[in-house]
Design a protein. Structure first.
Length: 282
């Protein structure tokens, strides 16, 4: 029995590693298929069954990308998406950190209940308030402008939660010392709180960038002119207009997801940190 238990304990890590490896391969397989067929010029004649999973020398080239660049203004889509993403990151991080500071260190009646009510907004699906939000944007004349995407993006209940939980862990003695020196609340926030919040702000920035870059439904509703499309809306429109040339569509899709994949590969520790950072009890 002891020998069997030792064999089980030695085999268990290998079995676990094999299962995780198989799951990782299955997860990465669609991305690999996208990469291969984006460079496969014959994909415009129809996708093959069984699917092509390796580069074929006679068909591999850059024609799909050339066709895509000549058909749609991809650079303009990129610039619009980058402008929206950077603006949302800056405004959302500042807004969430301010709210987190108020909830973590502020003293006002009903603070705990306000915080719970604020977090309850995470339970409301976007589709539920999408139409009222669109009507507000339409009445204010912001439809078909980038501000229609930037302004709703500066709010994040999850971001406030992250910042609140992190700022709660900062010692009150630092704030009291700053007040004794005559610093006001704004100066304390910008000179004490913000520099100490770099880890949580970095995590929030990465999560916001991923969400903003991948957002499709809201930009699809409020952006009407092609010159203002984001990269996700541009890919969708190009797919509808491509006439079945899937090689060109896959090339555009690869260009759309490439920044997100690169961002995840190099900054995944911040994404994992964002999942685990708010695990403490309020």
């Amino acid at each position: 029995m002891k020998v069997l238990s030792q064999m089980d304990s030695s085999l268990l890590p290998k079995v676990r590693a094999s299962v995780l490896l198989a799951g990782a391969i299955l997860f990465c397989l669609p991305f690999w298929w996208l990469l291969v067929n984006a460079f496969d010029e014959s994909a415009n004649l129809g996708l093959k069954l069984p699917p092509v999973l390796w580069f074929r020398k006679e068909y591999t080239g850059l024609d799909n990308f050339r066709n895509a660049f000549s058909a749609i203004p991809i650079v303009k889509y990129y610039l619009n998406t980058v402008l929206i993403t950077v603006s949302v990151i800056v405004l959302q991080v500042l807004n969430c950190c301010l709210a987190g500071y108020a909830f973590a260190k502020g003293r006002f009646p009903g603070k705990k209940w306000f915080f719970i009510l604020f977090l309850a907004t995470m339970m409301i699906p976007f589709q539920l308030y999408m139409i009222p939000l669109y009507l507000v944007m339409n009445q204010t004349g912001l439809v078909n402008t980038l501000f229609a995407i930037i302004l709703p993006g500066i709010h994040s209940a999850y971001g406030v939660f992250l910042c609140t939980q992190y700022i709660k862990g900062l010692p009150d003695s630092l704030l009291e010392a700053a007040r004794i020196e005559g610093a006001g609340e704004w100066r304390i926030f910008f000179t004490v709180i913000l520099p100490l919040c770099k880890p949580v702000l970095a995590t929030l920035s990465v999560l916001t960038a991923l969400a903003c870059w991948n957002d499709f439904l809201w930009p699809y509703l409020v952006l009407l002119k092609e010159s203002r499309f984001t990269i996700t809306v541009g890919v969708s429109m190009f797919q509808q207009q491509s006439g079945g040339f899937m090689g060109n569509v896959l090339a555009v899709a690869l260009l759309a997801i490439a920044p997100v994949v690169i961002l995840y590969v190099f900054l995944q520790r911040f994404i994992i940190g964002g999942i685990t950072m708010g695990a403490t009890k309020y």
